[in-house]
Design a binder for this molecule. Structure first.
Ligand code: B3K
Ligand code: ZN
Length: 882
């Protein structure tokens, strides 16, 4: 690697309390996209608990105009200004510091700090963007009260927003105007936000549990004014849910959401002023799919829930990121489960955890939920921090019970309101409120890697007992060769031959427990649990509801899996048994394919699917999930050496064979479910569309003209994006004139709508027909695409590289070369987005020698660039490390 100096590694062990505190911040912005003047007045004091020394303020890409201490302008000799710091020595215990800086929002393609998106000026400060606005102690444990005055030309920037409540406004004679905002809640700088633009505002209100009226506002580009209803409804649902589920009431008089087109991630929880990626907030039936509606509800909830888990109680340092993210994801998952289907929510959450987080945990970037070190914090907004972090909090809830967990979170919020704290503080609150000992549990925060859980059952007919042996181990991860045993809550049930639940009574217990599920606590490397009074040999349903984020090994033949798929009373485990059955059969067929044998889909699988289809009306949403084959990437992760071509060929073969045998059933069910009616976002209609489109996807594998006509007819009749896009996705894999026609007419109809155009890019990125990469390259020249827009990048490049394995891993290495080139180009514009795209190489060592060599060469090509951002440098160097 040519980089002259590797970026510095930051260690948790080096944490020190801040040397200086900020009591109040008074910010003045003279807004102009080319050149914005920022005047900051800080009332500061030496931290009595701090180490003393000089004042070190963070600052990047700032032009410093002046520094004034207690009214006296300082000369350049009285401070030291580098490209990342402003340092001032010899300060009194209390002082007023005024700093004037100049910034250029127009030049800001990294989308961190203050930037220009379309016709909007907006900010993104988490994690370290505030230092691109002004010099400041940019760390989450410095909390201050902010007052913000915004000034700009009134015609161009009629709306100007910041955190808290608007307290004053006025106009100047030259056509400029000003607005002053005050946020009474002390907050770290990463929660600061401002927005300016000519925006449409949709307004509503919510009455809190103590009877206060809160104004709710969504600000969008005027062209999107018909797309706000769903987010507003979701916001009200979230506000009410947090009151009921966690006793959390909103604390300002106004709550605002703004939608912007250029955004590095989904959304940001700035106090009272959430800023959203337009794609994660705007929806109408014609332009957004059911999945979009669902995701919007969950993200609106997530950002709102941060008001308590993140804002009122924040993180001491960025190593504690999962304190707010893991907990808030767990909260948004519970919200979605309560508002929709809990069973489907759990399946989807676990499916994503296994596909993404297990891969991260098994790769070169594996890190604990509370990492010990990082180079670039932006790289640690990961599925481990978020999704595994949520699983860890969910386990705490399992251990404490519903009521105990609520006691714990009440104590946490009461004890730490207004503070910046650690994951230890969170665990302590749950511990103390429930008189638990969670010392061993803490290893979930400190040890990386996915634990492996092995289960064995021995039934003793004479004694009528079943001994369950649980064993755990955890593979080594970078920097952690040895692991200590985890405390693993293992939820189990026993099932009799007729599919009935059997009593759960352990040795030494006088009677069975109530209910059909109980939680065993595995604390050692190996432990036995003996169930008694079992007149028949039971089947063990283990890890019900996925009670811990572990990889389960359980010897079960296909017949037992089929039985569990039909009979387990735990819906998650029914689905999971089906997935395991699919995986076993697919892996066996892949081995046959590799040895050149003829492939035959076992009858048992066809029979199971037939039975599921015959019972589809009972739980249509679950049925759709049960019919879905594991993804190619997930299958790859189950193989010692991932064979991309065999996986693709065999998975397609199995899907098609099932469609051939079950064609009548798929057709009948499709017809039954295909009803044209006005679009509604509700659980029943979602389930119906999801199952219908699953049937269509099977039927389209038959390559029959009648199915293509069916698909085209669905698209022609569709009054909603779900049905239209489902059709388009399938048509793009049909090699014929309909394909191009469908794509063209879709574009003609929707070219004015960025969210829909991104979907159009994605369907093309995911096409499995030859020539996809060539098409992607020409789409990058299309007026609809810009490398500067993160949504475009994710929709086209990201989807291709992550979710189109058979094309991305083309034998000639063209996919790898393409990605490397894009990362190098992106790194100049937007390091965060560039670093994200590297994720497609995460599992590069799991492929065959040829592909490894090609991926290594692509990574090396990136590494050889001399001026990489810390973001890309950190990931590429960790991927290439031995
Ligand atoms: N807290 C933000 C993520 C910020 C990412 C900064 N690179 C969104 C969220 O998790 O709610
Ligand atoms: Zn979050």
């Amino acid at each position: 690697m040519n980089a002259p100096l590797a970026p510095q590694t930051i260690y948790l062990a080096d944490y020190q309390v801040p040397a200086y505190l900020v009591k109040t911040v008074d910010l003045h912005f003279d807004l102009d996209p080319a050149q914005t003047l920022v005047s900051s007045k800080l009332e500061m004091m030496r931290n009595p608990a701090g180490q003393g020394g000089a004042l070190k303020l963070d600052g990047e890409q700032l032009q410093l105009h002046s520094v004034t201490l207690n009214g006296q302008r300082l000369s350049e000799a009285e401070y030291d200004c580098t490209d990342s710091r402003l340092v001032i020595d010899s300060l009194p215990d209390e002082f007023t510091l005024e700093i004037v800086t100049e910034i250029q929002p127009d030049q800001n393609t990294a989308l961190e700090g203050l930037y220009h998106s379309g016709q909007i000026l907006c900010t993104q400060c988490e994690a370290e963007g505030f230092r691109r606005i002004t010099y400041y102690p940019d760390r989450p444990d410095v909390l201050a009260v902010f007052t913000v005055t915004l000034t700009a030309d009134k015609a161009q920037w009629p709306i100007m927003l910041s955190n808290g409540n608007q307290v004053a406004s006025g106009e100047f004679e030259d056509g400029r105007h000003w607005v002053c905002w005050h946020d009474p809640h002390p907050k770290p700088a990463y929660l600061f936000a401002l927005v300016a633009g000519d925006l449409y505002c949709q307004q509503d209100s919510f009455t809190t549990m103590s009877g206060r009226q809160v104004t709710l506002q969504i600000f969008v580009d005027p062209e999107n004014k018909a797309k706000c209803d769903h987010a507003l409804l979701s916001l009200k649902q979230a506000m009410q849910w947090d009151e009921q589920a966690f006793g959390r009431e909103y604390d300002l008089d106004i709550f605002m959401i703004v939608a912007v087109n250029d955004f590095n991630m989904g959304a940001m929880e700035n106090k009272g002023l959430n800023i959203f990626n337009a794609a994660c907030v705007l929806a109408s039936p014609e332009t957004a799919t059911d999945d979009d509606f669902y995701t919007i509800q969950s993200i609106v909830g997530h950002e709102y829930f941060h008001n308590w888990s993140g804002n009122r109680v924040t993180c001491r340092d960025w190593f504690q990121l999962s304190l707010k993210e893991g907990f808030t994801v767990m909260r948004d998952q519970s919200f979605s489960a309560d508002l929709n289907s809990a069973a489907v929510q759990r399946i989807d959450d676990v499916d994503m955890l296994r596909r993404m987080q297990f891969a991260e945990d098994a790769g070169p970037m594996a890190h604990p939920v509370r990492p010990d070190s990082y180079m670039e914090i932006s790289n640690f907004y990961t599925v481990t921090i978020y999704e595994k972090g949520a699983e860890v909090v969910r386990m705490l809830k399992t251990l404490a019970g519903d009521a105990g967990f609520r006691r714990g979170t009440d104590l946490y919020f009461a004890r730490h309101d207004g503070q910046a704290v650690t994951t230890d503080d969170f665990v302590s609150a749950i511990e103390e409120a429930n008189d638990l000992d969670l010392a061993q549990f803490q290893r979930w925060y400190t040890q990386a890697g996915t634990p492996e859980l092995t289960v064995e059952c021995n039934y003793n007919q004479a004694e009528k007992t079943l001994t369950v042996t649980l064993q755990q181990s955890c593979p080594a991860t970078p920097g952690q060769p040895e692991k200590q045993p985890f405390l693993i809550p293992v939820a189990v049930g026993l099932i009799g031959e007729q599919g009935q639940s059997l009593p759960l009574q352990l040795t030494d217990e006088t009677q069975p427990i109530d209910g059909d599920t109980r939680v065993l606590l595995l604390t050692e490397n190996q432990q036995n649990f003996t169930f008694i009074n079992l007149p028949e040999r039971p089947k063990l349903s283990v890890l019900r509801g996925f009670s811990a984020p572990v990889k389960l090994t359980q010897q079960r033949d296909n017949a037992e899996l089929a039985f569990m798929m039909a009979n387990d009373s735990d819906s998650f485990n029914r689905w999971d048994a089906g997935q395991t059955l699919f995986i076993n059969i697919l892996l066996a067929l892949i081995a046959e394919y590799q040895s050149g044998s003829t492939l035959v889909v076992p009858e048992l699988l066809t029979d199971q699917l037939a039975a599921i289809l015959d019972n589809a009306s009972v739980e249509p949403a679950l049925t759709a999930r049960m019919l879905t084959l594991p993804s190619e990437n997930y299958l790859a992760a189950q193989m010692a050496v991932a064979d991309v071509d065999a996986i693709h060929a065999v998975r397609s073969f199995v899907k098609r064979s099932l469609a051939v045998t079950l064609k009548i059933r798929f057709e009948n069910l499709y017809q039954q479910l295909h009803q044209i009616k006005p679009y509604e976002f509700n659980a029943a209609d979602l389930a119906q569309r999801s199952l219908k489109n699953t049937c269509l996807s099977y039927l389209m594998t038959l390559t029959e003209p009648v199915q293509v006509e069916r698909c085209l007819a669905q698209m022609a009749q569709a009054n909603n994006m779900t049905d239209l896009l489902a059709g388009l996705r399938l048509i793009v894999d049909v090699d014929g004139p309909q394909r191009q026609q469908a794509l063209e007419s879709f574009y003609q109809q929707w070219q004015h709508d960025r969210q829909v155009v991104d979907k159009w890019l994605t369907v093309q990125a995911l096409s499995t027909l030859p020539g996809t990469l060539t098409n992607i390259k020409s789409l990058m020249q299309h007026p609809a695409f810009s490398l500067k827009n993160p949504n475009n990048v994710r929709a086209l490049i990201g989807q291709f590289c992550r979710n189109n394995p058979s094309q991305f891993h083309a034998r000639d290495g063209s996919g790898y070369q393409f990605l490397a080139e894009q990362i190098i180009a992106l790194d100049k514009l937007n390091p965060q987005v560039a670093a994200r795209q590297l994720g497609a190489f995460n599992s590069w060592r799991r492929y065959n020698a040829d592909r490894q060599k090609q991926m290594q060469a692509a990574l090396q090509m990136i590494a050889d660039k001399s001026d990489l951002s810390p973001d890309v440098y950190e990931i590429v160097s960790k991927y290439l490390a031995d």
